[in-house]
Design a protein around this ligand. Structure first.
Ligand SMILES: [Zn+2]
Length: 285
């Protein structure tokens, strides 16, 4: 991480809601360092992401109740990954909103994660994750959506693929707050998994940055809130990864070769999926 990547908030606590904008709260959780957000309006509340198991989702729901007596109008899942939606079942009767790709990809992703947990004997979330009945989003959209909370609307926007096929951003215009899911990470570098789109991620971030002003607070999926400058800097590294993948692909390199020889901005062992996926996208069969 370069010195110019500055988080907005220096708050490192995992034990309370932090108000990052008018009636926009964020809570960080130690397990996987995932963040959930809560937006309050005149008539209801919006929950963004629900953590990594039904049990954790129930704890989140209790913590929402500690902050407000408003009904939860809707839950949003920023993307398909389990640490952002396995807790959906804790919000029974509440619409769960996500990009249209999420319910399509969730059965395979959920099964893969629960299979992986079977061998993670020391993981503190193991039992709860295995016991979780995964509840998919039941309201989906392709490009834009809005949630009416009475005195304010919360905008949901799909701006392209990147971390996954269905990353969305959640924007509270009057508070100048944007929840970016895992399109942006602060406490770790961007996560390139087996379902990432490494060659498209930078242009998606460019579109995200169009929504950001100099005072916008951006809430990443993991870590502290950041500013536009952080997003633009992180985008440059994502551009770097994509350019190197394209060059290695054009040169006919193997994945092993590219991973070993690249001058990557992130640990090379974390980029194997990025290279594999990038090669497949750059050289479609
Ligand atoms: Zn993710």
């Amino acid at each position: 991480m370069s010195a110019s990547l500055r988080p907005v908030s220096s708050d490192d606590t995992y034990a309370e809601w932090l108000e990052v904008g008018d009636r926009c709260f964020v809570r960080r959780y130690e397990y996987l360092d995932v963040s959930c957000s809560l937006v309050l309006g005149e008539v209801g509340a919006l929950v963004v992401d629900t953590r990594a198991s039904l049990e954790q989702g129930r704890e989140l729901a209790e913590q929402v109740r500690e902050l407000t007596t408003l009904p939860v109008s809707a839950v949003v899942n920023t993307h398909v990954h389990f640490d952002h939606l396995f807790g959906n079942g804790a919000f029974a009767g509440v619409p769960v909103i996500a990009h249209e790709s999420v319910p399509v990809e969730l059965p395979a992703h959920g099964a893969r994660i629960q299979k992986a947990y079977e061998t993670e004997l020391d993981d503190p979330d193991r039992e709860a994750a295995l016991a979780t009945v995964v509840v998919p989003p039941d309201v989906t959209f392709s490009s834009v959506w809005a949630v009416d909370l009475g005195d304010r609307h919360v905008e949901l926007a799909y701006l392209g693929r990147g971390h996954t096929a269905g990353d969305i951003v959640v924007r509270v215009p009057d508070a100048d707050v944007v929840c970016a899911g895992d399109l942006v990470e602060e406490s770790a570098h961007p996560s390139y998994g087996s379902d990432c789109y490494p060659l498209e991620w930078a242009s998606t971030l460019e579109s995200v940055s169009e929504l950001l002003g100099p005072t916008t607070v951006i809430v990443p999926g993991h870590g502290r809130a950041v500013d536009k400058e952080f997003v633009l800097q992180q985008r440059l590294d994502v551009v770097d990864v994509a350019e190197q993948i394209r060059e290695f692909a054009a040169a006919g390199a193997s994945v092993d070769d590219a991973v070993r020889r690249g001058s990557w901005p992130y640990p090379r062992d974390d980029l194997r999926d990025a290279v594999t996926r990038g090669f497949a996208h750059a050289l479609p069969r």
